[in-house]
Design a protein around this ligand. Structure first.
Ligand SMILES: NC(=O)C1=CN([C@@H]2O[C@H](COP(=O)(O)OP(=O)(O)OC[C@H]3O[C@@H](n4cnc5c(N)ncnc54)[C@H](OP(=O)(O)O)[C@@H]3O)[C@@H](O)[C@H]2O)C=CC1
Ligand SMILES: CC1=C(/C=C/C(C)=C/C=C/C(C)=C/C=O)C(C)(C)CCC1
Length: 321
């Protein structure tokens, strides 16, 4: 037994040593694809949700450096202003501004959109990035389960309210930040808001599958409008997303060497927002700046339509076709 234990400890030691030795190579490999596009965005307006930290903040920085006016929609304006200040410290000419948007409150989404439509004349790129993962069972102001409420329904309403402006600003692009987690999700139509039973991991996967289905259905409905919609898996990114889950926090610490930095994680969102070759590509899913696999449950037109109708009904909205 002693011998086996010694061998296990020695083995783990060797693995740890190899990981330290090869850390720069592992990091480089984990970084994934980079957006190589040199597209400038002077005169263009971009809206990014959840832009005060993580992937959203890095996306805002990159698009601001390309010359865009970047509106950072954040639920905590103070955190948003701190992020905007840090962007301005990196790029002093950054045209970034913070506006309050709480996706867990439809009255906040409506107030945000109302002011936006009054004060902003164009919207060329909308990045639905904000997200919450594996929180304990919580409800939004309107009584929706938090993860579906913020990740899907909040963005669904925001997009509905801004779609006219996007169409008027065409060519325009919508980027929906989803996840590989959509593979493990299914839409529980009999209990969409997890009122019967709640599993925080499955509710996250459901919300990310909803992101993929929403992007596909919206793309289908927008055919011919010069507004494109694509969804994205950013990679496994070291960010605050794991804040609600001890297990995920532990996994992230253990495997931190294999995770992307938020800057690397922003590359696919940036790619979908700016790459010239995607100008008319719509309804697709991307990862590492390349087309990516979509799970069968994310490809079903019937499910996408059913989710669209259920979401519209929950929010009390009717989309014109
Ligand atoms: N990190 C990863 O490995 C992966 C991330 N993703 C997706 O990427 C996206 C960005 O995540 P990431 O940057 O990693 O996570 P972070 O937790 O770092 O950022 C999430 C952002 O969403 C905001 N947010 C959360 N709830 C609300 C709300 N009610 N209203 C408005 N904004 C809100 C947060 O604001 P605040 O700071 O105030 O909480 C924060 O700005 C998410 O959609 C996530 O699902 C997908 C796959 C993997
Ligand atoms: C276990 C394990 C990993 C950890 C993956 C994790 C922790 C992924 C988290 C994904 C999230 C948070 C998705 C959100 O949508 C790595 C790094 C791939 C390396 C191989 C083993």
């Amino acid at each position: 037994v002693m011998m086996v234990l010694v061998l296990i400890v020695a083995g783990l030691g060797v693995v740890a040593l190899l990981m330290v030795l090869f850390a720069p190579h592992i990091r480089k490999y984990s970084a994934g694809g980079a957006c190589m596009s040199m597209t400038r965005l002077d005169g263009k307006t971009v809206l990014i949700t959840g832009a005060n930290t993580g992937i959203g903040k890095e996306t805002a920085l990159d698009l601001a450096i390309r010359g865009a006016r970047v509106i950072m929609a954040c639920r905590d304006v103070e955190k948003g202003e701190a992020a905007a200040a840090s962007i301005r410290r990196i790029y002093s000419k950054a045209n970034v501004e913070v506006r309050e948007l709480d996706l867990a409150d439809t009255s906040s989404i409506r107030a945000f959109a109302q002011r936006f439509l009054r004060e902003v004349n164009h919207l060329h790129i909308l990045i639905n990035n904000a997200g919450v993962m594996m929180c304990p069972y919580m409800k939004t102001k309107d009584g929706f389960e938090m993860q579906l409420g913020v990740n899907h329904l909040g963005h669904f309403l925001l997009t509905y309210l801004l779609i006219g402006l996007l169409k008027r600003s065409a060519p325009a692009r919508i980027v929906v930040v989803s996840s590989l987690a959509h593979n493990f999700g299914w839409i529980r139509f009999h209990d969409l808001l997890s009122q019967g039973s709640y599993n925080s991991g499955l509710a996250y996967c459901q919300s990310k599958l909803a992101n993929v289905l929403f992007a596909r259905e919206l793309a289908r409905r927008l055919k011919g409008s010069s507004v494109t919609v694509n969804s994205v898996h950013p990679g496994s990114v070291c960010s605050d997303l794991v804040r609600h889950s001890t297990i995920m926090s532990l996994l992230f610490s253990l495997f931190s060497l294999f995770l992307k930095s938020p800057r690397d994680g922003a590359q696919t969102s940036i790619y979908c927002a700016v790459a010239e070759e995607l100008h008319s590509l719509t309804g697709k899913h991307f990862s590492d700046c390349a087309p990516a696999f979509v799970a069968p449950q994310g490809r079903k037109e019937e499910t996408a339509k059913k989710l669209w109708d259920a979401s519209s009904e929950l929010l009390g909205i009717v989309w014109d076709d």
